[in-house]
Structures are given as C-alpha cells and as structure tokens.
Design a protein around this ligand. Structure first.
Ligand SMILES: NC(=O)c1ccc[n+]([C@@H]2O[C@H](COP(=O)([O-])OP(=O)(O)OC[C@H]3O[C@@H](n4cnc5c(N)ncnc54)[C@H](OP(=O)(O)O)[C@@H]3O)[C@@H](O)[C@H]2O)c1
Length: 243
C-alpha cells in the first residue's frame, strides 16, 4: 500500500489565492493541514480565502503586486521572517488576454509576460534557498492547454504559457538532483472569473471546476514515490480545449 505524504504543518505559498484556481488550491491544502501564505493584489479577497479555510490564524495574507520589485520584496521579506523555510510554491497568479494579434499592444504583451512568466521565474528563483530546507520541496506552476496549443486571439497568452512550460521543464531537470520537484498543471477551461471575463460567451456547463484542479495539486504533493509526474494536462470532457 502506498503511503500518502502527511502535509500537516507543511508550508506553502500560493499566488493568486484570492479566487478561482488559487483559492481552490488554498482550501484543499489547508484542509490537508498546511500553513499557507496567500499572495494576490486584493487583500480583501485573500482575507476571504483565509476565512474560508476555517484556520485563518495559520494563514499569512500577503497583498502584493508580483510584477513590481516592491511587491516581490515584500513577499520574500515576510516569508523569510515568518516561515523560515518553505515546502511548496504554487505559481498560479496570472492573466489571460483575448485580443486580435495586431491589436495586442506592446504594453499588453509586456504585462501578460510580467505576471505569467517573469513573476514565477523571480519568485521561484528567490524561494529556492527556502525550499532547500524542506524534505518535500515542490514547485507547481499553473500552465494551460495553451502551453501546448495556439488559439486565435490568444497569441500573447499562448506565448506566456509556452514560456512557463519551458521554464518548468528546464528547472525540473536542474534541481532534480537536489530532490526538488517541479511540476506543471495545464488545465483547459476552468470556470473562474478569468473565463467569465475573457470568454463571456461560454456557459459553466461542462467546464472544469477549480476544485478539480486543486485535487491534482494535492495529489502531486501527497504522492512522492520514485515515480515523478512532470505535467498533468487536464482537459474538459468531450470538448476541444480552448484556454
Ligand atoms: N480559468 C481557466 O480556464 C484557466 C485555464 C488554464 C489555466 N489557467 C490559469 O490558472 C491561473 C489562475 O487563473 P484563474 O482562472 O483562477 O483566474 P482568476 O480568478 O482571474 O485568478 C487570477 C489570480 O491572479 C492574481 N493576479 C493577477 N495579477 C497579479 C499580480 N500582478 N500580482 C499578484 N497577483 C496577481 C489575481 O489576484 P487579484 O485578483 O488579487 O489581483 C487572481 O487571484 C492563471 O495562471 C491562469 O492562466 C486558467
């Protein structure tokens, strides 16, 4: 019988934890007994997530814009002071953009790359010394089916998610000898605010629930044998994936 890893009191940082997939992951990992640092721009949304865990005192609420040096510095300073180490980093914060190629401005392109790729790169780079203190150091990056495919009006988003996949693969190889695991979860359409804004034409019917994605994140953490999972691609039943 395979033994599941006990996550009680393990420490995780989850970015974009104020809603959608990030909140679902936070609730699932809190249920498993983990202590969490919840990062996002909107403090009220993060506090709501902390309250929903039922253990708000075990949760660090870290409002920060991860695309700014100040936001990144604040998160690191508080993490180093409070957690004094780290077991899990979930790079989930991100944005989508549904825009024709020629109408996508350089500014919009830079903005999406800043949160979807540059922030995970910088946060992971700076968290690695903390992760090295853990016996189950794990990074989970939230990609997308768009890490592999291209859809019209999504060039900037696809570029950012392809880049995140490349980063994930290279880092996974680089830190594997140290026992640090780096995974990607790549979902299709998940019913969150992002989809409601980017694709208002879609109905929730048949879409993936954020809680389903959270379950795969928990699976990666709770199963740490000799088999390593690189990436889990999560597609909608019977649908051509789109986002
Ligand atoms: N929904 C889908 O269909 C789908 C499919 C595949 C992959 N994904 C990916 O899943 C991840 C989560 O998306 P979601 O669907 O849950 O959307 P969401 O509800 O819009 O969540 C995105 C989160 O990212 C945070 N965020 C955005 N910019 C930030 C910044 N500059 N600094 C800090 N936090 C920032 C937001 O926090 P604030 O609200 O506080 O700003 C928000 O909590 C994203 O990486 C997305 O690309 C989503």
């Amino acid at each position: 019988m395979l033994k599941k890893i006990d996550l009680t009191d393990k420490r995780a940082v989850i970015t974009g934890a104020g809603g959608g997939i990030g909140r679902a992951i936070a609730l699932r990992l809190a249920e498993a007994g983990m202590k969490l640092a919840l990062v996002g721009r909107d403090a009220a949304k993060l506090m709501r997530t902390a309250a929903l865990t039922g253990r708000p005192l075990d949760m660090l609420v870290l409002p920060a814009d991860l695309t700014t040096p100040r936001g990144m510095d604040d998160v690191l300073r508080i993490l180093e002071g409070h957690f004094k180490g780290l077991d899990v980093l979930v790079n989930n914060a991100g944005m989508a953009l549904n825009c024709a190629f020629e109408e996508t401005t350089l500014e919009a392109f830079d903005q999406i790359m800043a949160i979807n790729v540059r922030a995970p790169f910088e946060l992971t780079r700076r968290c690695l010394p903390l992760l090295r203190t853990s016996d189950m150091a794990t990074v989970i990056n939230i990609g997308s089916v768009v890490s592999h495919k291209g859809y019209d009006h999504q060039a900037a988003y696809a570029a950012s998610k392809h880049a995140l996949l490349g980063l994930t693969k290279a880092l996974a190889k680089e830190v594997a000898p140290e026992g640090i695991r780096v995974h990607m979860l790549s979902p299709g359409g998940v019913y969150t605010d992002m989809v409601k804004i980017a694709r208002p034409d879609l109905s929730p019917e048949g879409m993936i629930a954020p809680e389903e994605v959270a379950e795969y994140a928990a699976f990666l953490l709770e199963h740490r044998g000799n088999a390593v999972v690189d990436e889990i691609q999560i597609h909608r039943v019977g649908k051509e994936p789109f986002l």
